[in-house]
Structure formats: structure tokens, C-alpha cells
Design a protein around this ligand. Structure first.
Ligand code: DX5
Ligand code: ZN
Length: 218
């Protein structure tokens, strides 16, 4: 598509140099994807609100916060108040996703709904008007560097049909294993927003890697 957004995932960067890693993709990337994990929703622990608050002052890139946490109804708005452009939480962790989306928008951010590997998208299509973004995992959430699961693109196709038919204003983001050899298939399936961790921060020149990914998706 012609409205491609590339969001490098800071999860794959050196956690002792987060500010430098963010600045390394300024001017090339659209958003900075920030993966928040809590040892509960996923068996991994990454960064939380204090780090997001500090990093917010260190870069001009909009933050795309991806909350892989339990109880997003309690924690999600804190990330909006910290200045995140978009806050995405998991459908599997939320009793009332539309209520959280409303809170996020009131707190000043966009709202994203994430669907993990084993969750069918069909049950959430009716909720999409409450959201600005739908994140479809192309791995199981929890760790970077996993192999891309192409069968999950069927969910992207289903969501794309629903969004276009209903004339909804919603981005479709893919996350997990998105790289030079997989991004075109994601774009063909209907994604317009692409998270890439290893493919960006594993490269010698992260900004050049972002430009290459954008060209392959466009
Ligand atoms: C994993 C995270 C991803 C991760 C992707 O649960 O949500 O954002 O950083 O990493 P790669 O691009 O290496 O698969
Ligand atoms: Zn993510």
C-alpha cells in the first residue's frame, strides 16, 4: 500500500542504549514500537512505565506501545498519559476492550487491539469501530526473534475485508518475524503497519533496514 508505516521494535535493541537506539531510526521510521511485558500475560519481562516516561524525552518518534500485560484496564491509560501516540493491549487480557479504548482516547492516545497467535479474529470484528489499530500477531507474543507464521495472515485477510467493506478507519499492524523475506506477503494480505525488531536492530545500519522494509511493503 501507499500508506505504509514502519515501527521498529526497541525490544531487539541494546537495553543499555535505548535512547541511542531510538535516535538511530529517527528520520527513517514512522513509529517506535515499545513492547511492555509483565511476567504474567507472557512469560517474559521487559520495560514498564518509568522507562517509557524517560525514553519519551529522548526521541521525537511517536511511541507505539504494545502492552502484553494482564489487567490492561488498570494500566493502559498510564502509557497514554506518558505521551504514547498509540497504546495497544491484548484482547485476551481484557473483559471490556471497548471501555479501555474509550479511556485511552480520553487520555489522549489512539487505541489498538491485539490478537495473539491462538485467538481467532472473528469474535472481535464488531469491536473494531472503537479502535484505531488492530495488531495481528504473526508469532506467539512474548519474545523477539521467532519464526514468522504465514498461516496467521488469514486473519489479516479477514480483517482487511471487514474493514474495507465497513469503511472503517483502522490500521492493520503485523508483529513478529516481519523481515525482508516476509513483509511483502504481509502487505499483500492487507497489513499497512509493520513492526520489525530483529530485522531492524539486528542489521548493521538500522535506518537503512527500515528504508528497505518500506520499499518491500509499498
Ligand atoms: C514480541 C513482540 C514483538 C517483537 C518482534 O512479542 O511483540 O514486537 O519485538 O520481534 P521480531 O521482529 O524480532 O520478531
Ligand atoms: Zn510487539
Amino acid at each position: 500500500p501507499d500508506n505504509v508505516l514502519i515501527a521498529p521494535s526497541i525490544l531487539a535493541a541494546d537495553f543499555a542504549r535505548l535512547a541511542d537506539s531510538a535516535r538511530a531510526v529517527e528520520g527513517a521510521a514512522d513509529w517506535l514500537h515499545v513492547d511492555v511485558m509483565d511476567y504474567h500475560f507472557v512469560p517474559n519481562l521487559t520495560i514498564g512505565l518509568p522507562v517509557v516516561q524517560s525514553l519519551r524525552k529522548a526521541t521525537t518518534l511517536p511511541f507505539d506501545c504494545h502492552l502484553m500485560i494482564a489487567d490492561p484496564a488498570r494500566w493502559a491509560t498510564g502509557y497514554a498519559e506518558a505521551g504514547a501516540y498509540n497504546v495497544t493491549f491484548h484482547a485476551e487480557a481484557a473483559a471490556d476492550p471497548a471501555a479501555i479504548a474509550k479511556d485511552l482516547r480520553s487520555a489522549g492516545s489512539r487505541a489498538g487491539l491485539a490478537i495473539d497467535r491462538d485467538t481467532p479474529v472473528e469474535g472481535y470484528l464488531e469491536l473494531l469501530p472503537h479502535f484505531d489499530l488492530l495488531l495481528i500477531m504473526t508469532i506467539k507474543a512474548g519474545f523477539g526473534g521467532q519464526a514468522f507464521l504465514p498461516e496467521l495472515l488469514d486473519k489479516v485477510r479477514t480483517a482487511r475485508r471487514h474493514i474495507d467493506t465497513g469503511h472503517l478507519e483502522l490500521r492493520i499492524e503485523v508483529d513478529g518475524g516481519v523481515a525482508e523475506d516476509t513483509i511483502a506477503a504481509c502487505a499483500e494480505a492487507g497489513a499497512d503497519t509493520f513492526v520489525a525488531g530483529t530485522a531492524v536492530y539486528g542489521a548493521d545500519d538500522p535506518a537503512a533496514a527500515v528504508r528497505k522494509l518500506r520499499a518491500l511493503a509499498s
